[in-house]
Structure formats: structure tokens, C-alpha cells
Design a protein around this ligand. Structure first.
Ligand code: XMP
Length: 327
């Protein structure tokens, strides 16, 4: 599949049968393209790279080398799930790199949002390139490019996505889902046996929690954010309908709290966690769905147990004027 133009005759993949046919066709194409050579893939755990990984594992097995870089800004449980699904269940050739310290050291004291994004993006490429350099006999690089990437950004994976490819690496590209729309990628992913929470995952920025830990990132505030985010996801996923995107942000401010020690009230300064949930079709215009007050209270009661947190806020801002993310 070398053309970057989706043929008009290509049927929208909406059914199991169409997904199966696509998978069979791609397996044959991948085999024909790469033969017995090795292919490298940056596997973030997002739906696109996960579907590409699952396809390539079916096509070439151990000749796919997946690299999962943990930049320390992933959500609770994410690296563990990538290892569980791909290494333990699919027997993938997976290299897991915990680069948390490298990223957080580089980010220390940096509070400008664009600078933070650039550091994360550049560091990601460095880590990935270093891992690639350790490997021998790799001639191909697989990418989770999808059709909207081609239509909207000249084939570059979402312009600010950390999952982007190191351009200086001289590999031939393998892009098996480049003519698919997102809904089709999900149908194919489901058919490939990926778990629902991977296939129907809400959008998550490449720089991860880095754009939600507002201002200069510190490990303690980042840890608090990660815990709060896990609580919000768990509570929202109990609701009959889940919003398009839902998460927490943690501004770099402290406000007064009170705790009782031996019956005596003591004032102290703590962080405020912000709950954000939005609905949209295109991320351009965004509304804020109603969340039952009981669900908000359930989140609050758990979030205030997190060390350092003493306040919970609900962000009801629409886009415009506010953006979805806090940075
Ligand atoms: P905003 O905040 O601009 O977000 O309203 C729109 C959508 O884009 C996602 N987003 C990002 N995705 N890298 C990404 O890959 C980023 O730096 C980034 N910033 C925002 C955001 O989560 C929302 O879905």
C-alpha cells in the first residue's frame, strides 16, 4: 500500500468481515515488503501504534522489535498494560525503556508550555534513536500514521505528538493503517484482539501528563496528578455514558487547607486538583457534559486522600474560550 490516496472504491471498514479482509491483505503486504528483515516500532500504547504492532506481530512475529519508552508522564497503569498485552499475551519482541529520570531531570524548573513540549519531543527522539542504534539489522520503521495525519499534516503523525518518528533515522517506512480513519482503526484493533480500553482509549497527548502538570513539573505534584487522574477515569467510567475526553490537571498553586491532629485544627498549604471532562466531535468546539453531583463527590472524596491535595475543582469552561488541555 504505497499510495497516500485512499481509493474511492475502498469500503469503510465497519464490520468484522471487512476488518478480517483488511488484516489478511495487510499481512500479505507486510510480508511482501519486509521479507525476513527486521522492523522497528515506537509503541506508545495508543490505539494507532498498538494496532500496527498487533498487525506486524501477526505478519512477522519476532522480526518486529517494539520499543516502549516510558517518559514518566504516562497515566497510571499504562506501561504495565503495554508489557502485559504485547509481551506477555502476544509474545512480542518488546524493549521497555524506563526513561523517567532522564525526562524529569531535563524538565526540572521548566515552566513554559512550549518549551516543555519541545524538551519531551526531543528527548523522546534521543531515547528512541539510542535504542535503535543498539540494534542490528533493522531496515524498516513501522509507524501508526492514519489517514487524517496524511490529510491534515502532510503525513506527519499529529504535529505535536511525541510518538513522531526520528527523521534522521534512515529506514524504509511500513505504514499499514495509513489509509484508515480512526473508527476503522478501532474496528481492526478489536478484531486483532486488543483490549477494549486500548481500542476505545480517549485521546491522550503525546507529552502526556506533562501538559496537565501545569508549570514546572515536580515529581510529587506529578504523582498526585497521576493518582487523581486514575480516580477520575475510574469514577467516570462507571457512568452510563462517558465523555469524549476526561482527565485531571494540577495547577502550580497552593491554597489553604485544614487538618485535625489530636482534635486540634492545623492549617497548611496544599494543591488543588481540577477535574476536566469534555464532549466534542473534532476537538475544535467543545462542550462540557453534566456529571452527576454524586459522581463528582465520589471523585472528591478519593482525591482529597492523595498526599498534598486539599481541594478539588470542576472545570466547566467550553472551547472556545478555554482549550481542552490546561497547557
Ligand atoms: P486543546 O488543548 O488544544 O487540545 O484544546 C485539543 C486536543 O489535542 C490534544 N492535545 C495534544 N495532543 N500532543 C498531542 O498529541 C499535544 O501536545 C497536545 N496538546 C493537546 C488534547 O488532548 C485534545 O484532545
Amino acid at each position: 500500500m504505497s499510495s497516500n490516496v485512499r481509493p474511492e472504491s475502498m469500503e469503510r471498514i465497519t464490520t468484522k468481515a471487512l476488518a478480517d479482509a483488511f488484516i489478511e491483505e495487510q499481512i500479505a503486504e507486510i510480508k511482501a515488503q519486509v521479507g525476513d528483515k527486521k522492523v522497528l516500532l515506537a509503541l506508545s500504547g495508543g490505539v494507532d501504534s498498538s494496532v500496527v504492532a498487533a498487525l506486524l506481530i501477526k505478519a512477522i512475529g519476532q522480526n518486529l522489535v517494539c520499543v516502549h519508552v516510558n517518559h514518566g508522564l504516562l497515566r497510571k497503569g499504562e506501561p504495565e498494560q503495554v508489557i502485559e498485552v504485547f509481551k506477555n499475551q502476544m509474545n512480542a519482541n518488546l524493549i521497555y525503556v524506563d526513561a523517567t529520570d532522564r525526562f524529569l531531570d531535563k524538565l526540572a524548573g521548566v515552566d513554559e508550555p512550549e518549551k516543555k513540549r519541545k524538551i519531551i519531543g526531543a528527548e523522546f527522539i534521543d531515547v528512541f534513536a539510542e535504542e535503535a542504534a543498539k540494534l542490528e539489522g533493522i531496515e524498516f520503521l513501522a509507524q501508526g500514521t492514519i489517514y487524517p495525519d496524511i490529510l491534515e499534516s502532510d503525513g506527519v503523525k499529529a504535529h505535536h505528538n511525541v510518538g513522531g518518528l526520528p527523521e534522521e533515522l534512515n529506514f524504509e517506512l511500513v505504514e499499514p493503517i495509513k489509509l484508515l480513519y480512526k473508527d476503522e482503526v478501532r474496528v481492526v484493533g478489536k478484531e486483532l484482539g486488543l483490549p477494549d480500553n486500548m481500542v476505545y482509549r480517549q485521546p491522550f497527548p503525546g507529552p502526556g501528563l506533562g501538559v496537565r502538570c501545569v508549570g514546572a513539573i515536580t515529581r510529587d505534584r506529578l504523582d498526585a496528578l497521576r493518582e487523581a487522574d486514575a480516580i477520575v477515569r475510574e469514577e467516570i467510567e462507571k457512568l452510563p455514558e462517558t465523555p469524549w475526553q476526561y482527565f485531571c490537571a494540577i495547577p502550580d498553586i497552593k491554597s489553604t487547607g485544614i487538618k485535625y491532629v489530636n482534635g486540634k485544627g492545623e492549617r497548611y498549604m496544599g494543591w488543588a486538583v481540577v477535574i476536566r471532562a469534555v464532549n466534542t466531535t473534532d476537538a475544535v468546539k467543545v462542550t462540557v457534559p453534566e456529571i452527576p453531583f454524586s459522581a463528582l463527590c465520589a471523585m472528591r472524596d478519593k482525591i482529597v486522600q492523595i498526599p498534598g491535595v486539599n481541594r478539588v475543582l470542576w472545570d466547566i469552561s467550553e472551547k472556545p474560550v478555554a482549550t481542552i488541555e490546561w497547557e
